[in-house]
Design a protein. Structure first.
Length: 362
């Protein structure tokens, strides 16, 4: 049964220099987009009580409170669901946060990236550091107690000291969740064709990542997934649904979903989506072998690692026999650690996780 839904809001006032996500500044298309989105939801959503709903983008905070409320009201929910909206920090005030609260939103994720104002300008963010701090305070004043900040490390001209400063400021703001992503310059972004100067190399990025673990854990942030840290019970329930390899709806242009053993993706083109919001641009029925590989790949993203008894039961295999050579090699190197229920990546193993995980794939 599907218990989670992702909604893609493909609008941004402008494009950040590192961004290759599907987002456009065509705000005049907003009403047509929301109309098509609601048709798609009405067509596919089977009225399950959702545990999580996530509005991402793009910039969902471009939408009015009334727009967000109208989307949330299309769904039914379990008791105490997690309803998340991604926000960019410019022009957020207490009135907006009160409106979000009234619409049922109880978790917000703010795109901070860094508190260094010079770097923010260079990467073409529309906000400065003071706006992030003010947004967090305004949200807290309105009763939000599940606030996440997103950061990027390895930014142009960013030193390890800059990154440490970012983390210390985040901790001082009293947020419950922190996400950290190493800068990746991919096709489709400005930096791909206009390579920035003074990029930290891979070794410095790795040092930044390991330093983050060292800094955040003593402040009570549990490192629960490769890129994510949370206090107490504030792990992202929506993202854990992905990493547990469960079904989820994906609604909106460019959204991805996984329902009834089928992974699908929607069109990245406005006109195609408007013409037929029910048609998936891609569909793929996941084979048993692919399910096993996904279970391994996604499971190793969680810092608790793999529960091999669960995998053995689900797939009728003996995990340790099937992958004995890989397990022996990487446990000997210290990149994989044995746990009570299976295996997990060590902190050093995370740094070469793509290499390790590729060996589990046929």
């Amino acid at each position: 049964m599907v218990k989670s839904a992702y909604i893609h809001i493909p609008f941004c006032k402008s494009k950040c220099n590192y961004c290759s996500f599907v987002s456009y500044p065509d705000l005049d298309l907003k009403e047509r987009y929301l109309s098509a989105l609601k048709k798609e939801i009405d067509f596919y959503y089977e009225k399950e009580n959702l545990r999580t709903l996530y509005l991402g983008g793009g910039t969902p905070s471009i939408l009015s409170v009334e727009d967000i409320d109208s989307i949330v009201n299309l769904f039914s929910f379990d008791t105490a669901p997690e309803i998340t909206v991604e926000l960019n920090p410019e022009n957020l005030d207490e009135a907006y946060f009160k409106g979000l609260k009234g619409a049922g939103v109880n978790r917000i994720s703010i795109g901070c990236q860094t508190f260094n104002d010079e770097i923010l300008k260079y990467i073409a963010r529309r906000h400065d550091s003071s706006q992030v701090k003010n947004a967090v305070k305004a949200a807290q004043n309105c009763g939000f107690d599940n606030i996440s900040l997103d950061f990027i490390y390895g930014l142009p001209s960013q030193s390890p000291d800059d990154f440490v400063s970012d983390l210390n400021i985040a901790v001082s703001l009293g947020v419950q969740h922190i996400s950290l992503y190493g800068l990746k310059i991919e096709k489709g972004c400005y930096f791909y064709t206009h390579k920035p100067e003074n990029l930290p190399d891979e070794d410095m990025q790795a040092d930044m990542y390991l330093k983050a673990i060292e800094i955040l854990e003593p402040f009570g942030f549990k490192h629960y997934e490769i890129s994510n840290f949370a206090k107490n019970d504030f792990s992202s329930r929506h993202n854990l649904n992905y990493w547990d390899n469960n079904y989820y709806y994906g609604f909106g242009m460019a959204a991805h979903g996984y329902v009834n053993d089928k992974r699908y993706a929607n069109s990245k083109n406005f006109e195609n989506y408007f013409e037929n919001p029910f048609r998936h641009a891609e569909e793929h029925v996941v084979s048993l072998q692919e399910k096993l590989e996904e279970e391994i790949f996604l499971g190793f993203r969680k810092m608790d690692g793999l529960d091999i008894n669960n995998i053995n039961h689900k797939f009728g295999i003996n995990f340790e026999n099937k992958y004995s050579d890989i397990l022996a090699k990487y446990t000997e190197y210290g990149y994989l650690l044995k746990t009570l229920s299976g295996y997990k990546l060590s902190n050093e193993g995370i740094l070469i996780s793509n290499t390790i995980l590729s060996e589990f794939l046929n």
